[in-house]
Design a protein around this ligand. Structure first.
Ligand SMILES: Cc1cc2nc3c(=O)[nH]c(=O)nc-3n(C[C@H](O)[C@H](O)[C@H](O)COP(=O)(O)OP(=O)(O)OC[C@H]3O[C@@H](n4cnc5c(N)ncnc54)[C@H](O)[C@@H]3O)c2cc1C
Ligand code: FES
Length: 269
């Protein structure tokens, strides 16, 4: 059902598959209308459908990880009440969802594309890589993925196996790949492969470090921000983030409506 507002859809969707590891779940939903409209970097708001929950504040934002025909996949970490309720759902149960929301990644014309993800921030990069491959078949795609440990990367195995994409990984504890930060991977990859477009999603300190490096190297960088969200459509102002860039307006952006993806220089000097 189209709610008539900029191509957003609100519906209930059936869970096709759900699998949870220690604290990370992958959930695939049948959501044809949202799949048709979705762009890489956009997100959906999801909660358990009645009778599991009738609390509208329990809708939570999740990046669109993958779209495959009419099937939409999200990957989430269980951190609190909303994600715990979602993790308890079974196949064939229903969720209440709303989306696609926000402004996603803009695919640059460059011949090299660096996808830099940290932790659950890796989630939106799968769809991004597939979109870049479709629209820029000759481009080089380099995924630089960081996590606390090897276990946190397991959920992204099918993403890491995408054809025609180079993957380098780092872990904080050295249990897989480079022992250190994902930013180290970027500072090594750029001199090797040359200038390109950088797309980044992950913890804020990591994104700020990537943005600083890109500013110094004069690389265009897009960052996908996270914020607590209630309405997700620009009405409650709950997701306002202060910009450091001074372009003469009120100095705030709303992550849900203006983002979640921004040019890095719009947010951090
Ligand atoms: C655009 C967007 C996309 C996202 N995509 C994903 C995704 O793909 N996978 C994923 O695992 N998570 C993602 N998140 C984060 C996810 O929405 C939160 O983890 C979730 O809302 C927590 O809900 P909860 O009820 O389980 O936790 P709560 O009980 O609401 O909170 C538990 C703890 O998490 C913190 N928290 C909650 N929400 C956020 C937030 N948005 N940012 C930072 N800290 C928060 C709270 O402060 C609290 O400490 C995304 C967030 C945004 C804004
Ligand atoms: S969540 Fe309400 S304005 Fe963004």
């Amino acid at each position: 059902m189209n709610n008539g507002d900029g191509g957003r859809y609100q519906l209930q969707a059936e869970i096709e598959t759900v699998s949870c590891g220690k604290d990370i779940c992958t959930m695939t939903l049948t959501a044809p209308a949202i799949c048709r409209a979705a762009r890489a970097g956009q997100f959906i708001m999801v909660r358990a459908a009645e009778p599991r929950s009738n609390d509208p504040l329990l809708r939570r934002p999740f990046s669109i990880h993958r779209v495959d025909g009419e099937r939409l996949t999200i990957v989430f970490k269980v951190v609190g009440r909303g994600t715990h309720m979602l993790a308890c759902l079974q196949e064939r149960e229903r969720v209440d969802l709303f989306g696609p929301l926000g402004k996603g990644f803009r695919i640059a014309d460059d011949s090299v594309h660096y996808l830099v993800g940290g932790g659950m921030g890796i989630a939106p990069l799968h769809m991004l890589a597939e979109c870049i491959r479709r629209s820029r078949p000759a481009a080089k795609i380099i995924a630089l993925l960081g996590a606390r440990n090897a276990g946190e990367l397991e959920v992204f195995v099918s993403f890491m196996a995408l054809a025609d994409m180079q993957v380098r990984i780092s872990t904080d504890d050295g249990s897989a790949g480079h022992h250190g930060f994902v930013t180290d991977l970027l500072t090594r990859a750029v001199p090797e492969h040359g200038a390109g477009a950088v797309y980044c999603c992950g913890p804020q300190p990591m994104m700020q470090a990537v943005a600083r490096y890109c500013r110094d190297q004069k690389l265009a960088c897009q960052v996908s921000l996270e914020a607590m969200m209630a309405c997700a459509v620009g009405a409650c102002l709950g997701c306002a983030v202060k910009k450091t860039a001074d372009d003469g307006d009120d100095g705030y952006v709303h992550v849900c409506k203006d983002g979640p993806v921004f040019a890095a220089e719009e947010i951090w000097r």
